[in-house]
Design a protein around this ligand. Structure first.
Ligand SMILES: Cc1ncc(COP(=O)(O)O)c(C=O)c1O
Length: 453
C-alpha cells in the first residue's frame, strides 16, 4: 500500500510560532496614523487590541513561544494530518506529487481557530471580558465563538449580510458556541447606519463589517476587537501550519517545489508559506503562489498603496495591495475572499517578487472543487477551491513543460456548511464574473490623495 497520510505525534507539535519580520529582506512601510501621517505606536492601537497582542504585532523576534494554555487547546485538533492527494494525481495524469495540510479537521472546520484560540487567550489574560469581530463566510466568526467559549469571554460577531442569508448554519454554530451574531450592515453602529441610508439592500462586505466591529469594541472599555486575518500577529499564529508541514515532509524526505494557498486577507496562505519564504530568502529555489478570485483581484490588479483596512476609515493607513476601501466585491460564494485589501506582509512579499499571485474565476474554482471531491472525497470550502484551482493549473503546466514537481498546499477548510454554493454551481446558476476596469479605477480614486509607501 502507498502511504497517504503523514502524522505528527502530539509531542511533536511546534512549541513556537515563526515571525517573518525577523527575516524580511527589505524594510516594510509602517502603518501610519491617518491624522498625523506618522507611524502608529502601540498606544494608538490600545483601544482596539490588548497590549500583549500589540507587542506581538510589532515584534521582530524570530521565534515566539506558544503558551501552554494555547497548546492544550490546539491539541483538540492539532497536529493536523498532511495528506498526499494520490487520487487527484492519477486523475490529472501529470508529473506531480500533491501534498496538502488538512485544516478542515478543526471543530469549526478551518484554519481560523489557529489564531482565534491565542487571541481569546491573550485578551482574557489582559482582563478583557468581550470580543467583537466581523465574519465573511462565517468560518472566522464560528472559530472565535468557540475560542471565546473556551476562555469564558463574551463574543459579538458582525456577519456580512449576504453570507448571513446564504449560510444560516454558520450562524447556528456561532450561537451554539454562545456568541451573538448580527447581520452587517446593521443599525447598531453609526458605520452600519450610514451604509444602510445609502443602500438599504447593501449585501455588506468585510470592510463594512470590520468598521462595525471596531466601532462596537472601542465604545466599551471591557471589550476589544479581534481580526481573523491580515494583521502580523494573525499570520504569526498561522505559521504553525507550515511548521508542522515542514516536519511532516521531512519525515518522508520530501521538499516542495511549489507552495500554494488561497488568499482573502492572507492568513492561511501565510500560515503554510512563511516558513518556506524563510528558506527562499536564504537561497532555496521554490515558487510560492497565492490564489485569489477574479472578482476581488487585490494582488493581481490592485496597486501597492496606503489604504484603510475598513470601509469607514477607522483603521491606520496600511501599506498593502488594495482595490480601495470602499470597493464592494460582487457577492460570490467564497465570502472569505471578498476583502478589498491584503495582509501587509503578503503584499510586501508580492512587491518584492518573492511571492506570485494568480486570479481564478468562481466557475473554474468550483469545477476544480467538484473534481477534487470526486477524486479525494473531501468537500472543500469555496475559498479553498481557489487553492485547488491553482494546484490543477500548476499540474497542467508541469505536464506541458514535462517537468516533475512537488506541490504543497493548504486545504484551509471543508465546505459542509457551504453546500448551497455547490447547489448553485451544479444547477448552472453561477456565472463568470470579470471585474470591469472602470470599477477598479472608480474605487481607487478614493485613495488617490493618500501618502505613498
Ligand atoms: C476556509 C477558508 N479559507 C480561506 C479563507 C480566507 O482567509 P485568509 O486569507 O485569511 O486565510 C477563509 C476566510 O474566511 C476561509 O473561511
Amino acid at each position: 500500500m502507498e502511504q497517504v497520510k503523514v502524522f505528527l505525534d502530539e509531542s511533536e507539535i511546534p512549541r513556537q510560532w515563526y515571525n517573518i519580520l525577523a527575516d524580511m529582506p527589505s524594510p516594510m512601510s509602517p502603518p501610519l496614523h491617518p491624522g498625523t501621517g506618522q507611524p502608529v505606536g502601540p498606544d494608538d492601537l490600545a483601544p482596539i487590541f490588548p497590549m500583549n497582542l500589540i507587542e506581538q504585532e510589532v515584534s521582530s523576534e524570530r521565534w515566539l513561544d506558544i503558551p501552554e494554555e494555547v497548546l492544550e487547546k490546539y491539541l483538540l485538533w492539532r497536529p493536523t494530518p498532511l495528506y498526499r492527494a494520490r487520487n487527484l494525481e492519477k486523475l490529472l495524469d501529470a508529473p506531480v506529487q500533491i501534498y496538502y495540510k488538512n485544516e478542515g479537521v478543526s471543530p469549526p472546520g478551518s484554519h481560523k481557530p489557529n489564531t482565534a484560540v491565542p487571541q481569546a487567550y491573550y485578551n482574557k489574560a489582559f482582563g478583557i471580558e468581550r470580543l467583537s469581530t466581523e465574519t465573511g463566510a462565517g468560518q472566522w466568526g464560528s472559530a472565535l465563538s468557540m475560542a471565546c467559549q473556551m476562555f469564558d469571554l463574551e463574543c459579538r460577531v458582525f456577519m456580512v449580510r449576504v453570507s448571513y442569508e446564504q449560510k444560516p448554519y454558520r450562524r447556528m454554530m456561532m450561537m451554539t458556541w454562545g456568541a451573538n451574531c448580527i447581520p452587517s450592515p446593521s443599525d447598531l453602529t453609526q458605520a452600519g447606519k450610514k451604509i444602510l441610508a445609502e443602500d438599504p439592500n447593501s449585501p455588506g462586505s468585510l470592510g463594512i463589517a470590520i468598521s462595525e466591529a471596531i466601532e462596537d469594541a472601542v465604545a466599551d472599555e471591557k471589550a476589544r476587537y479581534s481580526l481573523g486575518s491580515v494583521l502580523n500577529h494573525v499570520l504569526l499564529h498561522q505559521t504553525i501550519v507550515g511548521l508542522e508541514a515542514q516536519k511532516q515532509l521531512e519525515k518522508i524526505g520530501v521538499y516542495p517545489d511549489v507552495v500554494m494557498g488561497c488568499c482573502g486577507g492572507g492568513s492561511n496562505f501565510a500560515g503554510i508559506c512563511l516558513p518556506y519564504v524563510r528558506d527562499k530568502i536564504h537561497g532555496k529555489d521554490i515558487s510560492i503562489v497565492a490564489a485569489e478570485p477574479t472578482s476581488c483581484p487585490t494582488m493581481t490588479r490592485g496597486p501597492f498603496a496606503y489604504d484603510f483596512g475598513d470601509t469607514a476609515m477607522t483603521t491606520p493607513f496600511m501599506a498593502m495591495h488594495t482595490l480601495g476601501h470602499d470597493f464592494v466585491p460582487a457577492p460570490i460564494h467564497a465570502g472569505g475572499l471578498r476583502y478589498h485589501g491584503m495582509a501587509p506582509i503578503v503584499s510586501h512579499l508580492v512587491k518584492e517578487e518573492i511571492i506570485e499571485a494568480r486570479a481564478f474565476d468562481q466557475i473554474e474554482t468550483f469545477s476544480a472543487g467538484v473534481q477534487w471531491a470526486r477524486a479525494e472525497g473531501f468537500i472543500s470550502a469555496p475559498e479553498t477551491n481557489h487553492a485547488i484551482a491553482a494546484v490543477v493549473q500548476e499540474a497542467q503546466r508541469a505536464k506541458e513543460e514535462g517537468k516533475e514537481k512537488v506541490i504543497l498546499f493548504n486545504w484551509s477548510g471543508h465546505g459542509l456548511v457551504d453546500l448551497a454554493a455547490y447547489d448553485a454551481f451544479l444547477s448552472g446558476k453561477l456565472t463568470h464574473y470579470e471585474l470591469p476596469e472602470e470599477e477598479i479605477q472608480r474605487a481607487l480614486r478614493a485613495i488617490e490623495k493618500f501618502p505613498k509607501p
